[in-house]
Design a protein around this ligand. Structure first.
Ligand code: FPP
Length: 250
């Protein structure tokens, strides 16, 4: 372990960190380049964050790679992003597998181009038994869509007599979300200065610490990630309790 990593408190490493990877377009524009150049640089940040997370011992990373709302972008950007995704997944599957990374997706991937679905399904199947780190890509994902689906599934169960309405609990709702079985993130990082959640993991982020940085995603590399983790470690997570109560439970 390198010396910068040992400066993190080892007993306070988040299990799950979620990312809204924003600012690829602005980063590219600043250097007079096309937006897709920014997205390609963003893929390099994704790789560096995965590598760093493995070294630190973080177990889950969730990355907002394509929102339901992103379909509204110019068609050439949407197609460029999809091509980039296929390329990245195809090129990186072996490396992910070798490094014990398991790939999962959340969102409706059935609406993605067929080449994307094929490369994702291959990578998901190949890496299914890996246990070092789980990478969750949110693709064609929106939290309101996810919650609406969950309501429909529970309503169907009640209608068919499998469930009583009073048996609907926080945990039965969690169980029908796309993230079933994945712990809620302790930390959400959003790059590029915007301070909002943008329809991402609305249920799962209830108690999550939020970290906003002006750094654009292509510049968000190892050092910035360590800064975010250090900031997380300085926070007191009270879950509605007082500081005194928290100290008594320590
Ligand atoms: C937001 O920046 C970024 C996206 C909508 C796409 C993020 C996707 C990647 C980094 C590639 C994903 C690839 C893998 C393998 C996970 P923006 O375009 O909204 O930037 P702007 O706000 O500056 O315009």
């Amino acid at each position: 372990m390198t010396s910068e990593l040992t400066q993190l408190e080892q007993n306070n490493i988040p299990k799950h960190v979620a990312f809204i990877m924003d600012g690829n377009g602005r980063w590219a524009k600043k250097q007079g380049q096309h937006r897709l150049f920014g997205h390609a640089a963003g893929v390099e940040s994704v790789k560096e964050i995965i590598k760093t997370a493995r070294e630190i011992g973080i177990e889950y990373l969730t990355m907002y790679a394509f929102s339901t709302e992103n379909w509204n972008r110019p068609p050439e950007e949407v197609m460029g992003l999809m091509d980039l995704l296929v390329q990245a997944i195809t090129n990186e599957t072996d490396e992910m597998h070798k490094n014990g990374v398991r790939l999962l997706t959340i969102g409706d991937i059935s609406a993605l181009p067929e080449s994307c679905i094929i490369s994702l399904n291959n990578a998901i199947a190949k890496t299914a038994n890996n246990t070092d780190l789980t990478l969750v890509l949110a693709l064609n994902y929106s939290a309101r869509w996810e919650i609406t689906n969950a309501c429909q599934m529970l309503a169907e169960k009640v209608k068919s007599g499998q469930l009583l309405s009073q048996e609907i609990t926080e945990s039965s709702i969690s169980d029908v979300l796309n993230t079933a079985g994945i712990p809620d993130p302790e930390l959400l990082i959003r790059t590029s200065g915007e301070c909002r959640i943008s329809n991402f993991l609305l249920w799962q982020l209830s108690y999550t610490e939020l970290y906003f940085t002006p750094v654009h995603w292509p510049d968000f590399r190892r050092e910035e990630f360590l800064k975010a983790l250090t900031s997380y470690q300085q926070r007191e997570r009270r879950f509605g309790m007082t500081s005194e109560q928290l100290n008594e439970t320590k």
